[in-house]
Design a protein around this ligand. Structure first.
Ligand SMILES: [Cu+2]
Length: 684
């Protein structure tokens, strides 16, 4: 509450316009004219990324945007939720291509496969307003990568921080007017972080999943990345871009789970072709991940059979390839974009348990493929001060599990729990939206939008099959799941006056066939399982952002987001939906002149008492943390930066810091304690 008062004191300072100030406002991205495009687009650019401790993109996004909440599992690779929507309920895209993690426990969420040195900007569209991609149920986060330029330059970056955290990043750019290439490599590693109570994050895992003594304060994570992008101006009309990337994450500890990642390899390939006169774009992509995890660093592996260094292990791979063809046309006041796109997602995961004999759980995710073909059209038109925009999409999907991939142990698991089912599902659906914007002046507006979005059940939700003979319950997919539908209304405004802006938004989502965890008894009544079911639910919430300049170089930004989720059907005693982040408030004071910039960031999260006791969710306390960061440009070639996160070394937990089900280790992982860092960036 203290924070709000400070903000109210800061914001009424309005300063008149000069042209220099307009430029500065543009840096803060509050001076954009009303666009005909999507609702509520938020973005983050490169500048904000290099002045951070630079661990991973999920963490950076959750610190800048109150609508985004991270899922703390480890020191790196944080997963994210947007306005209470997580997992496949949001689309996370890389240069408009899909990328999926391979780990059945989401150690490697999609966002973790996008390395921060590649990022030029992040575009976020909240809500059911994207028709260009299948499955943007609660929003889409598209990470746009850097392009090469003409000329030659090279860069070297280093960040060192608490807990022996280091990150080195180097690359070069070379190009003439016809061909340009950018190459970059980075190495990142750390010892295990400590929490605000001076305990290693690994010490929170106890019992059978406790870490072996030598791992408690050992290496936490190790990531190496390399990527390149090539741009070829075939002629004045045609442009070709080719992007390639490889990431290797090794020996990364996940105290949140019962296993750790031994290795995780990501391969990214993207080819984009565009023809300017025809406004035509064509792209193809192939992204894949190989993931290997086991409990070899945990006490539980001591019970392994002779000859095995693990008690349980999962080896998994995920692949997605696809294409997109789109064209834009403008006829007088009407802009139209239409296209066709498709993808094939494939996911295979093999599990083996070597305690008290071998349990063959190959095909835990049984080589599931999802094929999609979609058609979309969207357009907008101005009528005086009113802009109407609308979009429509049709999707055809085929999901199929490969029966031949099952091990002996999990082969008959669906029939143990479901009377009728099929290894194949076909889904067909429309989605679309319509938005009305009313311009109050050049930049200010009010809007209302309605969107209908749909997403297909993911391979895990429909087809996972993990028989756990020693430790009930089993984990089994529900092949009969229906796609989830979201009918959403968003109302909002953006208001600009002088050096001041305020934006607000509220949303209400009616969710039909929302996919939710459930407990099942086997048909013969002998065992039970964690599975999935369709329920009806609703979510609502809102956000507010106030930006203002106090003086020429001093600005303040206050943002706030709140969301709530409730069940409307299903066999449950508690109406609260699980994993809904509590209210978060961010207040940043920023000082910026030609060479120096500094920021004081206050983050407050309220407690979360609206928890789902059906899933054994427990309340999370409120917290307040203070972060400081600054950077100084010594000359055109050298920039130094510093920061301290969690200045007061608080012990606190993010609400999404533990797994609800079904592999629950029951461990709540605190956020890191005080974390100081220095960075140095050299450019030639
Ligand atoms: Cu994993």
């Amino acid at each position: 509450m203290k924070i709000l008062k400070v903000a109210l004191l800061c914001t009424p300072f309005l300063i008149s316009f000069t042209s220099a100030e307009v430029v500065k406002l543009e840096n803060l991205k509050i001076s954009k004219e009303v666009s005909n495009e999507n609702l509520e687009t938020k973005d983050l650019d490169e500048k904000e990324i290099i002045s951070n401790r630079n661990i991973d993109l999920g963490e950076i996004l959750s610190s800048y945007f109150t609508e985004i909440t991270k899922v703390r599992k480890s020191g790196i690779a944080n997963d994210i939720f947007l306005r209470g929507f997580g997992r496949d309920n949001i689309n996370v895209l890389f240069d408009n291509t899909r990328i999926y993690g391979a780990c059945p426990n989401r150690m490697d969420a999609p966002i973790s496969h996008i390395n921060i040195s590649q990022v030029k900007e992040v575009k976020i569209v909240e809500g059911a307003f994207d028709v260009e991609n299948e499955g943007s149920l609660g929003g889409v986060i598209n990470v746009v990568s850097k392009d090469p330029d003409e000329g030659f330059s090279a860069n070297l970056g280093a960040t060192v921080g608490s807990y022996s955290y280091t990150r080195y990043d180097t690359g070069f750019n070379i190009g003439n007017e016809f061909i340009q290439v950018l190459v970059n490599a980075s190495i990142q590693d750390s010892k295990v972080f400590k929490s605000g109570e001076d305990k290693y994050l690994t010490e929170y895992a106890t019992g059978k999943s406790a870490y072996k003594t030598e791992k408690i304060n050992g290496d936490f994570f190790n990531l190496k990345t390399i990527w390149t992008k090539l741009k070829i101006n075939l002629n004045e009309e045609n442009l070709l871009k080719i992007g390639l990337g490889y990431d290797y994450l090794k020996d990364t500890l996940y105290p949140y789970l019962l296993m750790d990642a031994i290795s995780d390899m990501t391969y990214k390939t993207n080819l984009e072709f565009s023809n300017k006169p025809l406004n035509l774009n064509f792209s193809i992509f192939f992204n894949s991940v190989k993931h290997d995890m086991s409990d070899t660093y945990r006490v539980s592996s001591n019970n392994a059979l002779d000859g095995y260094d693990y008690g349980m292990r999962t080896v998994a791979k995920s692949e997605v390839k696809g294409f997109r063809l789109s064209k834009e046309i403008s006829v007088s006041d009407v802009n139209i974009k239409f296209g066709i796109d498709g993808f094939r997602r494939y996911w295979l995961s093999d599990n083996i348990i070597t305690m008290r004999g071998i349990t063959d759980n190959r095909g835990m995710i049984p080589g599931v493929s999802i094929k999609n073909l979609g058609f979309f059209v969207k357009g907008n038109r101005k009528f005086g001060n009113i802009i109407i925009s609308s979009g429509l999409r049709y999707d055809i999907l085929k999901s199929e599990a490969d029966k031949s991939k099952f091990g002996v142990n999990n082969r008959d698991l669906y029939s143990k729990y479901y009377r009728s089912f099929s290894y194949k599902n076909n889904d067909y659906y429309f989605s679309g939206n319509i938005t009305f914007k009313y311009k109050l002046d050049k930049k200010s507006l009010v809007y209302i939008g309605y969107g209908h979005s749909v997403r297909v059940p993911d391979p895990e939700e429909r087809f996972i099959a993990l028989d756990k003979p020693m430790s009930n319950p089993d984990w089994v997919g529900n092949p009969n799941l229906k796609p989830t539908k979201n009918d959403e209304i968003d109302i909002g405004f953006e208001y600009y006056k002088g050096m001041f802006s305020v934006k607000g938004n509220i949303f209400y989502s009616k969710l039909t066939d929302y996919i939710y965890l459930t407990n099942l008894n086997s048909l013969d009544g002998t065992t039970d399982a964690t599975s999935y079911t369709n329920i009806d639910a609703h979510m609502y919430g809102g956000s507010l952002t106030v930006l203002g300049y106090i003086t020429d170089s001093l600005s303040s930004e206050l943002s706030l987001a709140y969301q709530r989720g409730r069940k409307d059907s299903g066999n449950y005693t508690d109406k609260d939906l699980a994993e809904i982040p509590p209210m978060k408030i961010r207040l940043a004071l920023k000082y910026e002149n030609e060479n120096f910039s500094g920021e004081i960031e206050n983050i407050y999260s309220s407690s979360q008492k609206s928890v789902d006791t059906d899933l054994n969710e427990v309340p999370t306390s409120s917290y307040y943390v203070l972060n400081l960061r600054g950077s100084y440009r010594i000359n055109n070639n050298i920039q130094v930066g510093f920061g301290v996160d969690n200045v007061f070394d608080k012990l606190y937990y993010a609400h999404l810091s533990y797994l609800r089900s079904p592999f629950s280790s029951g461990v709540k992982i605190p956020e890191p304690g005080r974390f100081a860092y220095l960075n140095l960036n050299l450019t030639f």
